[in-house]
Every structure is written in structure tokens, then in C-alpha cells.
Design a protein around this ligand. Structure first.
Ligand SMILES: [Fe+2]
Length: 291
């Protein structure tokens, strides 16, 4: 059979700022090269892509994820025994009033010297309502700043640390899901790493803000107290509703996002329901600053 090279997949923007739903692709089947090219281009253009009604085995999930780069294993979160490149993100129905994984605006593992390029999250079991995920566009957050603020931020670096999830700094009384084993006191997650405050995205060449409220603790060579007012402004600024999109999961939904130019937030509003997601993490490279 002759391949129809004129066909193209449907890419439907999900919001004004970022996000697009992709239609007409079965991710369980081996994908043709032109589809892979279009998906890679769509990810660069839309930052997060959504697929509906997929039926993937863990091996098919892994194969799709690897189209975007080699996978990596991240510190302090336990991976699945039988699939060590997959994390099962699970909250049981009887786990109430706990802090869930990702329940604050962040970019994944920004405290690693080479933060992940992206993640692929696949919904196995979701509540009938609630449990949405939001993303924010960090290019637009940067672009919307004044020229004076951009000039000030461009040369700065900020310290990132995984400590907030570590035992020494975990807020007292907050419990995390018993279903996601988090290792405390992991040296790789606990030390501080300096990252550019404004990065040049390695693929698009665009500038993006790279700070987040979970892991960014202070500006380099400044105290936490001195850093707090400006960081607090940036944390508020970069999640303005105009810069965000929100995705409602159904069983079989899949999202892939670029972790360098977005933040995300998992909404914890579904006590009483079970939610099970499978997540892979795509390796990234050290980030280059704007100056
Ligand atoms: Fe996350």
C-alpha cells in the first residue's frame, strides 16, 4: 500500500497560551516518520500535547516516550519494580487530606544539574471529576515582563533544591501518599544547584523564565530573605491565568510536556476517588542562561 504523504494530523490548540490536543494518532501503533516529525514540531510550538482514548501497555508508553529522547530515572521517587523507567503516580480513594505529588506549581526536578527535558503522563484510572492538571507558559511569562525587569533578570542565577520534599524541611503534619514512596534525605535532591533565572531554550532559542515555587530557594549570592520579595513576585506573575491551560483527564488520556519552558500543577480536589497515572521522564541537558 502506498503511503499517503499529504495527510497530516490534527493539532487543535487547547487555550490561547499553550497546549494542543492531537487527533488521529494511535500511540500504540508504530508511528510513521512524518507523524513523529509533526509531533516533535507540535511540542516545540505548543509546549504540551494531549491525546485522548489511548490504550497503551507500559512498553508502548515507554516506546512513545523515547521518540523524544532517552529516558531518565529521577531521585527520591520510587519507580515501578517491573518497569524501572515508569513512576506510578497513585492516590487511593481512602487517602484523604494528604499532600499529593505535584500539588504546587513547579517544573520537574529543576534542582538537577541537567533537569528533565519533559515528561509523559498517561491516565490509567481517574475520578469522574477533579484531579485536573494545569500548565503555564514560561516564555509568555518572560515576554510579559518590562524591559527593565528583563535586563535585571537576564544575568541572574537562582538556587534550586529538592529539600522541600526532604525530611528536614517537610512541613510538619503533612502526609504524602503511601502509594508513592519518597526517599527522604537523598543527597542528590538535597544539595543546592544554581540555574539561570532566564534560560535560552535549546530547541526554540526563545527566552523562558526558569524559577518555581517548590524548588527555587533564593538568588545566587543572596540570602533567602533578600530573594523572597522578587521571587514571590515572579512566582505569582508566571501563573497568571492568561499564561495557563487546564486539562481534564479521562482514562486513556496522555499528556507530554516540555519541562524547560512550562510549569505544571496537579489539582488535589478528589478525596474519595482513586487516581492512577503512569509517568515517564525524558532526560534533558544542562541549561544555558540568557547571558
Ligand atoms: Fe511534576
Amino acid at each position: 500500500m502506498k503511503e499517503d504523504v499529504t495527510r497530516s494530523i490534527a493539532v487543535r490548540p487547547a487555550a490561547g497560551s499553550l497546549g494542543a490536543e492531537i487527533e488521529g494518532v494511535d500511540l500504540a501503533a508504530p508511528l510513521r516518520d512524518w507523524i513523529i516529525d509533526e509531533l516533535r514540531q507540535a511540542l516545540v510550538a505548543h509546549l504540551v500535547l494531549f491525546f485522548r482514548d489511548q490504550n497503551l501497555t507500559p512498553d508502548e508508553h515507554l516506546r512513545f516516550s523515547r521518540l523524544f529522547g532517552p529516558l531518565t530515572r529521577v531521585p527520591y521517587v520510587k519507580h515501578m519494580d517491573e518497569y524501572p523507567d515508569i513512576i506510578a503516580v497513585l492516590k487511593e480513594a481512602d487517602e484523604r487530606k494528604i499532600s499529593t505529588f505535584g500539588n504546587a506549581w513547579h517544573s520537574d526536578f529543576s534542582f538537577l544539574e541537567a533537569p528533565p527535558m519533559g515528561s509523559v503522563l498517561y491516565a490509567k484510572e481517574v475520578p469522574s471529576h477533579g484531579g485536573d492538571t494545569l500548565w503555564a507558559n514560561m516564555y509568555e511569562a518572560y515576554d510579559a515582563l518590562s524591559d527593565g525587569m528583563k535586563r535585571m533578570l537576564d544575568p541572574l542565577r537562582a538556587m534550586h533544591s529538592g529539600r522541600p520534599y526532604g525530611v528536614a524541611h517537610a512541613p510538619s503534619g503533612v502526609r504524602t501518599s503511601r502509594s508513592i514512596a519518597i526517599e527522604r534525605e537523598n543527597p542528590q535532591a538535597d544539595r543546592e544547584v544554581a540555574q539561570p533565572v532566564v534560560i535560552i531554550h535549546p530547541t526554540s532559542g526563545r527566552k523562558a523564565l526558569f524559577v518555581n515555587e517548590i524548588y527555587t530557594t533564593r538568588f545566587e549570592d543572596m540570602t533567602e530573605e533578600e530573594s523572597r520579595p522578587l521571587l514571590a513576585f515572579l512566582f505569582r506573575h508566571c501563573i497568571r491565568p492568561e499564561f495557563t491551560c487546564r486539562f481534564r483527564w479521562k482514562p486513556g488520556s496522555l499528556a507530554i510536556w516540555d519541562n524547560r519552558c512550562t510549569l505544571h500543577y496537579a489539582v488535589n480536589d478528589y478525596d474519595g476517588s482513586r487516581r492512577l497515572m503512569h509517568r515517564t521522564t525524558i532526560a534533558g541537558e544542562a541549561l544555558v542562561g540568557a547571558m
